[in-house]
Design a protein around this ligand. Structure first.
Ligand code: PRP
Ligand code: URA
Length: 212
């Protein structure tokens, strides 16, 4: 396994790949795009959390005593606005009591630099908390690096990034700045085009999810 393969998990499951294919299709209308994005979000969030910590507990079934587990990790979701909201919605259905810190970033379409317009994080976090930065698209990596930096400033390492689609350029940038970031994605695409869009990608995720 290469260093990249250990840090980037591409989920090859047929249901994930079929859903991604429908998302890529330019003929998929916005209402269907949103529903498919939510489905893909469930799959990817589920996969990204496969190594969460658990503690053994007893459970009383209608038939008698059994053994089970409960989660032990302090989980934080950090959706990058706007498009990351779709991943957060799905994750919140899996973990109704999870803590969510929204991060507002907008990519300047001329310079491709991410500009921050909202970030409300606590002054401190438990050092062993599990942070999941959620954003469907990892293109140049500017937005993800800015989001990861907010948590790095609070001393949090080994953050998880969940994306529908990644460009190789974005993965390289994230790992240059934060080598211990673990990425869960449905695809590593070919490249970025001259205006910073992922090729083949799926277009503008935010616009397609919200019909703008
Ligand atoms: C998109 C996308 C990512 C970012 C990726 O958001 O949802 O956040 O671009 O690009 P990068 O890796 O080159 O930074 P955008 O800034 O367009 O905001 P939006 O979700 O509000 O449309
Ligand atoms: N943001 C998107 O929504 N899509 C891309 O391909 C690149 C950035």
């Amino acid at each position: 396994m290469t260093a990249t393969e250990t840090k980037v998990r591409v989920i090859e499951h047929p249901l994930v790949q079929k859903t991604l294919t429908r998302l890529r299709d330019l003929h998929t209308p916005s209402h269907e795009f949103r529903a498919l994005s939510q489905r893909l979000s469930y799959f990817l969030v589920y996969e990204s959390m496969k190594d969460l910590g658990v503690r053994n507990i007893g459970v009383e079934t209608p038939v008698g005593p059994g053994q089970g587990v409960e989660l032990t990790d302090y989980i934080i979701l950090a959706p990058v606005l706007r498009a990351g909201l779709i991943l957060a919605e799905a994750a919140q259905q899996l973990f109704p009591n999870v803590r969510i810190y929204h991060i507002g970033l907008k990519r300047d379409e001329e310079t491709l630099e991410a500009r921050s317009y909202y970030a409300k994080l606590p002054e401190s976090l438990p050092p062993d908390c599990r942070v999941f930065v959620l954003d469907p698209m990892l293109a140049t990596g500017g937005s993800s690096v800015a989001a990861l930096q907010l948590f790095a400033d609070l001393g949090i390492k080994g953050i998880n990034l969940v994306n529908f689609v990644c460009a190789p350029e974005g993965i390289a940038k994230v790992h240059k700045h934060f080598p211990d970031t673990r990425i869960t994605t449905a695809s590593i695409d070919e490249k970025l085009n001259e205006v910073g869009y992922i090729v083949p990608g799926l277009g503008d995720a935010g616009d397609r999810i919200f019909g703008t």
